[in-house]
Design a protein around this ligand. Structure first.
Ligand code: MSP
Length: 645
């Protein structure tokens, strides 16, 4: 029996001071694509993600909301888990740094570093940035702020344990030299090397001024510096310090720690130095990606320019967002986010290219071959696309092996373009009309379907759901292992399934009108019992605030589609004392006629807004369900104009 090689991939663990945005989403989706690709190429994969719950930043954020740090952590963790579920993130384990297994891992690492003579007691005097949870020498500050991200810093003076980082400068440089793949991409390696060449100072690794953390072993009143705590997650999750004979420990050392460029130094300098000190093997690669920017700046909570993934998943689907994130960003570089690019990518690459190609091939087989997959054939058309598919596969694999996700997708889309050209050239719709061309007609459709299955197979790590669906519509299944990737995988017989568009086109203008008129409503975190009264910065509203929103019953008098906007309906409603016109994005869930006579709930004191040039005098309430909006109505008869509260 051959055992599959192990492949351990990790995401950074996310701070729980705020909810996830698309920067965090990107990191995790990239890790997921790596995990799925490695599983498909014969590896025994272990994929870890989790949350970083200790430290000053979390403690302060919790207190500001009148919460205990663990209460805030619990809330945000459920948001992360929910999001990863929505996005089909295939993680094997989720570590929280507040778990006992994690604490034991931290204790073990510190014990080993102590035994190596690398920890000593001293006094820390200097500047601390709670935003980065990092110490900075005064000389490195820029205009009195942290040099990395411009956060405010504060003077700290406290007794502290230090780690002899200075001792590891030479061993680290040697390691970078002997393992050129340790930091990737290459440009980042140079950055790390120069940082270490500049000299390393010993690192303060305990804090006494805060208490939210792992107690420093043997030093009552001190906690472990949050980065020592956090980095250890990659081993504590496998059982380091708690279950070392368990099966998970065998995944260490990791093949890939995926990180954003802002946290590269912690992973490529501190972490390997800690491991060297503790005598543990080092990870193979620290792989750093760039930032999603908005208006030239890093998207971050402190700048208030974040894009939340929830509404994007609702509009573009999990696969649509996953595809966009990987296709749009050149891995390793920064990329600018814009809604326009997202809509255009989605409509161009997914609705048009892949979606239409699928509908076209399925429809041609459906109508031309009575739904049955044409059988394999020796006619040249059946195999004409095989060389193009093989070329695309080679380019795809070599790009993914180099973590060039965008290039890998571009190779796959290149094949989609060839299949389209092939169809136009052979025109199976014409061949179908001539009984003498029956064999060529079938061979052409067989060839196109075979190529489509290959496209779906390659795109599956990025869009698992849609690609599984493409295969199913062809009466096939995706291969579990890419070693089975070969021309001729389409079953000999089967039936195709015609269905709704895989990626419904988004009406660009209506989308922007809608997102513009939608108020910046912030979904509340799921409530958990909180005994502590809310502080000033709490997001919850008072009863008075709520009563300030005038909700009223309205009866729908007329409903019409809005020309040129797929999602919009124009309603005329009776509000008891007056008639109003409301434009609502519900056309994909409701036929206009079905709404007439219904009693709905309207926000009656909303400022009018123009949607597609039509004035909307209020807004109706609807649940934002995954399948499309569902409007709120009443069980019994309620006269129009009745107040709802
Ligand atoms: N808790 C630390 C990591 C500890 S790992 C042992 C942390 N957390 S974080 O929540 O702030 O960031 C987690 C990841 O999200 C990082 O890789 C970071 O680069 C990434 N992103 C946060 N904002 C980002 C963008 N605007 N763009 C892309 N990724 C960015 O750091």
């Amino acid at each position: 029996m051959t055992t599959r090689p192990k492949f351990y991939v990790t995401t950074p663990i996310y701070y729980v001071n705020d909810e996830p945005h698309i920067g965090h989403t990107y990191t995790t989706v990239v890790a997921d694509v790596i995990a799925r690709y490695r599983r498909a190429t014969g590896y025994d994969v272990h994929f870890l993600t989790g949350t970083d719950e200790h430290g000053q930043k979390i403690e302060r954020a919790a207190r500001a909301q009148g919460l205990e740090p663990i209460e805030l952590a619990d809330r945000v963790v459920s948001r992360y888990r929910e999001l990863w579920g929505q996005l089909d993130i295939s993680y094997d384990d989720f570590i929280r740094t507040t778990e006992a297994r994690h604490r034991r891992g931290v204790e073990k690492l510190i014990a080993k570093m102590t035994a190596a003579g690398d920890i000593y007691l001293g006094t820390y005097e200097g500047m601390y940035c709670a935003g980065c949870e990092a110490f900075y020498p005064e000389a490195q500050l820029v205009a009195g702020r942290c040099p990395e991200q411009g956060h405010p810093v504060e003077r700290v003076s406290e007794e502290s344990y230090f780690f002899r980082l200075s001792r590891y400068a030479e061993p680290l440089l040697r390691h970078y030299r002997d393992h050129p793949g340790f930091v990737r991409p290459e440009s980042r390696r140079n950055e790390v090397r120069s940082f270490v060449e500049g000299g390393l100072r010993d690192l303060s690794i305990s804090r006494t001024s805060i208490s939210w953390g792992v107690p420093f072993p043997g030093a009552p009143g001190s906690i472990v510096y949050v980065w020592v705590d956090a980095l250890t997650n990659y081993m504590s999750a496998l059982g380091y310090g708690s279950d070392e004979t368990g099966p998970a420990m065998g995944y260490w050392p990791a093949q890939v720690h995926l990180v954003g460029k802002d946290i590269l130094r912690f992973h490529a300098v501190y972490w390997p130095a800690f491991l060297m000190s503790a005598g543990e093997p080092l990870p193979e690669t620290v792989l750093a990606h760039g930032w999603w920017l908005r208006d030239e700046a890093k998207m971050s909570k402190s700048l208030g320019n974040v894009v939340k993934p929830g509404p994007l998943i609702e509009a573009f689907g999990a696969d649509g967002l996953r595809y966009f994130l990987l296709r749009e960003m050149t891995f390793g570089m920064d990329g600018s986010y814009s809604d326009e690019q997202l809509v255009d990518r989605y409509n161009g690459d997914l609705a048009n290219d892949l979606g239409n190609l699928t509908s076209r091939i399925v429809a041609l087989i459906h109508s031309g071959c009575s739904e049955a997959l044409p059988p394999p054939s020796d006619e040249p058309e059946a195999n004409e696309l095989a060389p193009a598919a093989a070329r695309a596969f080679e380019a795809y694999r070599s790009a993914l092996d180099r973590y060039e996700f965008s290039a890998a997708l571009s190779a796959v889309w290149g094949l989609a373009g060839e299949v389209n050209r092939f169809l136009v050239q052979h025109a199976p719709w014409d061949l179908a009309r001539d009984p003498a061309q029956r064999h060529r007609h079938r061979a052409t459709l067989r060839g196109a379907a075979e190529a489509l299955l290959q496209i779906a197979t390659m795109a599956a790590p990025v869009m698992p759901r849609a690609c599984g669906e493409i295969a199913a519509r062809l009466g096939a299944r995706l291969p579990e292992d890419l070693s089975e990737f070969r021309w001729g995988r389409l079953p000999e017989t089967g039936t195709v399934r015609k269905d709704a568009p895989l990626f419904p086109r988004i009406d660009r203008e209506a989308y922007f009108e809608e997102t513009k008129t939608m108020s910046e409503s912030k979904e509340p975190l799921p409530a958990t019992a909180s005994p502590t009264p809310a502080a000033e910065t709490d997001d919850r509203i008072s009863l008075d605030d709520f009563l300030g929103v005038e909700l009223k019953v309205a009866r729908v008098l007329t409903a019409q589609r809005v020309q040129g906007a797929d999602r919009l309906l124009r309603l005329e409603v009776d509000l008891g004392t007056e008639k109003r016109q409301i434009v609502a994005g519900i056309a994909q869930s409701y036929e206009p006629e079905a709404l007439v006579g219904k009693s709905i709930i309207v926000v009656a004191n909303l400022k009018p807004a123009k949607v597609r040039g039509i004035e909307s005098q209020g807004m109706l309430l609807a649940a934002a369900a995954g399948t499309g909006p569902v409007i709120a109505t009443f069980e019994g008869e309620v006269p129009p104009g009745t107040r709802v509260r």
